[in-house]
Design a protein around this ligand. Structure first.
Ligand code: URA
Ligand code: SF4
Length: 220
């Protein structure tokens, strides 16, 4: 079912469709062209910008609605995600889906992705150079989806977006802004951490209420 196109062929198609991808060819994401999520997905599928491309089975672009109110950013694809090409489908993902449905958010109301789009071997943390190589894609996804709130799951995502290296317990329950946009950003415990520390699960409810408040009061 899967057929892969040569990158040069894809570039030809884009130019035929009059989609400007010179920003990609130049490896420069500071001024991305007006591309869309599908185009970006195709580019990521062919990406070899960092060494994670060598060991991946599938890239994990992310999934959900292009008009999602809530954009959730995790750490990196794990084994199940690498095999399926979908984010958060393993144990942590099931817990995340349960947490979201407790406030009536379906997986389709959100867009969910990770700081890197390829699985780090043995599920190690992604290295700084890998996060950096992949960061243009995440920035572009945020721009295209333009959610009402961004939820960072765990320390790796918090560190990547907020540039703050602190324990999650200090970061949660606060609203952050970065200079690139005026989207409120909040930090949650990573569901994988909640699986290991079930006592912390009660805190999730506070985090959800905090998030819900931001979505509801966003316009003021
Ligand atoms: N953990 C993550 O951070 N991301 C996934 O996609 C799955 C598990
Ligand atoms: Fe490209 Fe990101 Fe995958 Fe690295 S992790 S190969 S930068 S898509």
């Amino acid at each position: 079912e899967k057929r892969y196109l040569k990158l040069s062929k894809i570039f030809d198609y884009f130019s035929e469709m009059e989609i400007d991808i010179s920003w990609y060819k130049k490896n420069n994401f500071s001024q991305p062209a007006n591309t869309n999520l599908q185009t970006l997905n195709t580019i990521i599928k062919n990406c070899k910008k960092c060494k994670l491309h060598k060991t991946r089975i599938n890239t994990v672009f992310g999934e959900g609605s292009a008009n999602a109110k809530v954009m959730i950013i995790g750490e990196a694809p794990g084994k199940d995600e690498d095999i399926s090409g979908k984010p958060f489908v393993g144990r942590a993902g099931k817990l995340l889906t349960e947490i979201l449905s407790s406030i009536n958010l379906e997986r389709n109301d959100i867009f969910i992705t990770n700081t890197v789009k390829c699985r780090p071997p043995e599920n190690r943390n992604p290295h700084d150079d890998e996060i950096k190589s992949c960061s243009g894609y995440l920035d572009e996804q945020i721009k295209l989806i333009n959610p009402k709130v961004i939820v960072l799951l765990g320390k790796i995502a918090a560190n990547r977006i907020l540039n703050i290296d602190e324990p999650i317990s200090n970061l949660r329950g606060k609203k952050y802004f970065i200079k690139e946009n005026n989207i409120p950003i909040i930090v949650f415990y990573h569901p994988a951490y909640l699986l290991r520390s079930p006592l912390q699960k009660s805190k999730v409810w506070e985090d959800l209420k905090f998030m819900d408040n931001i979505i509801t009061n966003h316009d003021c």
